[in-house]
Write a protein that binds this ligand. Structure first.
Ligand code: NDP
Ligand code: BG6
Length: 581
């Protein structure tokens, strides 16, 4: 199952193959990885990070020698952490074989250390505990009931996963352990874990460390400082996943980047945008660049407008404290939707290498026309009674000031001033407490020039232009609206869908975005993480308009909880002759 591709790349095409690959020497990973979840007592850690780590473990996608540490100020024993974590683990994988047993094994690899985020001493204590596990590895010599070790390589079925030849060659020429990060940088191009066979030369296992900063942003710099000064790996890589928000505007984001870079190199920083880890977002490039039929149409010549829609049918309950300081533009548009837009609109990258892709994304972002206030509509949800149930308004939340002007809804029209997209409106819409929950990309094509059927059957299809819909969630799907003859003796046309519904086509469950991204960070694959210049470009686009909205104290339009959002959004779209899908 392990295919040797050109340039020494190895490819495995399914998780089963990942397991089958066990006997293959090059994949026997003798390095260890310690994953520290900083802020382990928090909501994200419980909801997403630990479950994602378990899913990776379940699918044999974690390296053989791994340890997970929770770190936070709350006092907890290892047993209490395990108890907390166990409540959120689910066996979502199709066969659910040995799930209980696997959970038990997984939990045994989870530990906890309580400490302050700004205490180097506390991180030094963590460092000691990590070292104990890294050296002894008492609990993790074998898994799968003592079976063979399982490689991380290719468990996601991606090709170009292991540049084994390069990695080993680099290891052979390495002189000192302190060079490891640099060697890893050079050797790991396609997303491989750096796995040099150093044991014989340095007499120990390479200990790689990943820190996941799942804490509020005011703690980021302290935690990075202490982790990097007191708990960096001595002989392997140290990487830090940073959660959003990366600042509130261009200036604060640059300041954050600057302070993180006092302690970390850019390639150690993994800025997460979990939308990039969603299956359908990752598929965007595949759709565009490996199908002949889409890319030739992917320009102003054939595309009339593009909509990027995010809607949730619940409010900010539970997170309003955070939300009120950020608002929907910073929470969703500046990151999730803009990232999708960049992937959608970028030129063909030179290769699938992370830097090549990110170079193209930066170019698109930097080609965007400054956003004007008149091209933005903001809204805030109000209490509404639906079916006898009264849903609270945004400002009914105790943690939100009564006079808050924070938008919970926004719509905006953006333009990319380059040859491919000149004049094509990209309409973004993001809102909380709306009538439905979905994330979609809707591509509306132009009218068919001189349409024969319009001339002859005007009433039926005059308005029906082709539309490609990429439904990111829920019910992941890609469908294309085409005009079709209604079967029968007559000649009636209607719009029908060519539909690729994932649930019908693929029996396997789709991994959560956090699984993919965590695995990528462990593998050193940066493609789905945000580089600092991407972040700068994204903030440069939204900061002026955010400032104007705040300076002018623009009052958001009210919309009832559970509605379609403020009417202003419809006028905004109508200005560009677009109707929201
Ligand atoms: P929490 O508010 O739950 O905070 C995580 C942990 O950080 C807490 O358990 C607490 O641990 C510690 N903490 C909380 N407030 C402070 C403070 N003021 N000073 C120091 N420590 C504090 O955050 P989430 O888990 O919800 O989110 C973590 C990060 O991920 C944030 O940056 C958030 O914006 C981001 N994020 C969260 C999402 C979510 O769905 N929750 C989604 C996307 C991003 P202790 O007191 O034990 O130290
Ligand atoms: C987060 C936002 O980044 O994404 C939340 O902070 C939002 O406000 C969430 O609810 C949506 O993520 P998902 O994966 O549930 O669509």
């Amino acid at each position: 199952p392990l295919k040797k591709l050109k340039d020494g790349l190895l490819s495995v095409t399914s998780p089963e193959e990942c397991k089958d690959a066990a006997g293959f020497d090059i994949n026997k990973d003798k390095s260890s990885v310690s994953i520290t979840v900083v802020g382990a007592s928090g909501d994200l850690a419980k909801k997403k990070i630990f479950p994602a780590l378990f899913a990776l473990y379940y699918e044999d996608c974690l390296p053989e020698h791994f340890t997970i540490f929770g770190y936070a100020r709350s006092k907890m024993t290892d047993a209490e952490l395990r108890n907390m974590v166990s409540r959120t683990l689910t066996c979502r994988i199709d066969k659910r074989e040995n799930c209980g047993e696997k959970m038990e094994h997984f939990l045994k690899r989870c530990f906890y250390h309580s400490g302050q985020y700004d205490s180097q001493n506390n991180f030094a204590e963590l460092d000691n505990k990590l070292k104990e596990h890294e050296v002894l590895k008492s609990g993790c010599s074998r898994r799968n009931g003592g079976g063979d070790s399982v490689s991380v390589a290719g468990c996601k079925g991606r090709s170009a996963t292991v540049t084994a030849v390069t990695a080993v060659t680099a290891a052979a020429t390495a002189d000192t352990p302190v060079n490891l990060n640099h060697i890893a940088k050079a050797a790991v191009t396609g997303g491989a874990i750096f796995r040099p066979s150093l044991k014989s030369r340095w007499g120990g296992r390479v200990s790689n460390r990943l820190f996941y900063l799942s804490v509020p942003p005011n703690v980021f710099t302290d935690a990075v400082r202490c982790a990097s000064l007191s708990a960096s790996s001595a002989n392997g890589w140290t990487r830090v996943i940073v959660e959003k928000p990366f600042g509130r505007d261009f200036e604060s984001s640059s300041a954050l980047t600057k302070s993180l870079k006092q302690y970390l190199e850019e390639d150690q920083i993994f800025r997460i945008d979990h939308y990039l880890g969603k299956e359908l977002v990752e598929n965007l490039s595949v759709l565009r660049f490996s199908n002949l039929i889409f890319e030739p149409l992917w320009s102003r010549q054939y595309i009339r407008s593009v909509q990027l829609i995010f809607s949730e049918d619940f409010g900010t309950e539970g997170r309003a404290g955070y939300f009120d300081n950020y608002g929907i533009i910073r929470d969703i548009m500046q990151n999730h939707l803009l990232q999708i837009l960049a992937l959608f609109a970028m030129e063909t990258p030179v290769s699938l290498d992370a830097e090549d892709i990110r170079n193209e994304k930066v170019k698109v972002l930097r080609s965007m026309r400054p956003l004007e206030l008149e091209d933005v509509v903001i809204g805030q949800y109000k209490s509404h009674t639906l079916g006898g149930v009264t849903y609270p308004g945004y400002t009914d939340d105790k943690t939100v000031p009564k006079d808050s002007l924070t938008p919970t809804f926004a719509a905006a029209t953006l333009f990319i001033d380059n040859a491919r997209w000149d004049g094509v409106p990209f309409l973004m819409k993001a809102g909380k407490a709306l009538h439905d929950q979905r994330a979609e990309i809707r591509v509306q094509f132009r009218h068919v020039p001189g349409n024969l059927y319009n001339r002859n059957f005007a009433a039926d299809i005059d308005q029906a232009t082709n539309e490609l819909v990429i439904r990111v969630q829920p019910d992941e799907a890609i469908y294309l609206k085409v005009n079709n003859k209604v079967p029968g003796l007559g000649m009636r046309l209607e719009s029908s869908n060519l539909n690729l519904l994932y649930a019908a086509r693929y029996s396997k469950e789709i991994p959560d975005a956090y699984e993919r991204l965590l695995l990528d960070a462990i593998e050193g694959e940066r493609r789905l993480f945000i580089r600092s210049d991407e972040l700068d470009a994204a903030w440069a686009l939204f900061t002026p308009v955010l400032k104007m909205l705040e300076e002018k104290k623009t009052i958001p339009e009210c919309y009832p909880y559970g509605s379609r959002g403020p009417v202003g959004a419809h006028y905004l779209a109508a200005r560009y002759n677009v109707r929201w899908g």
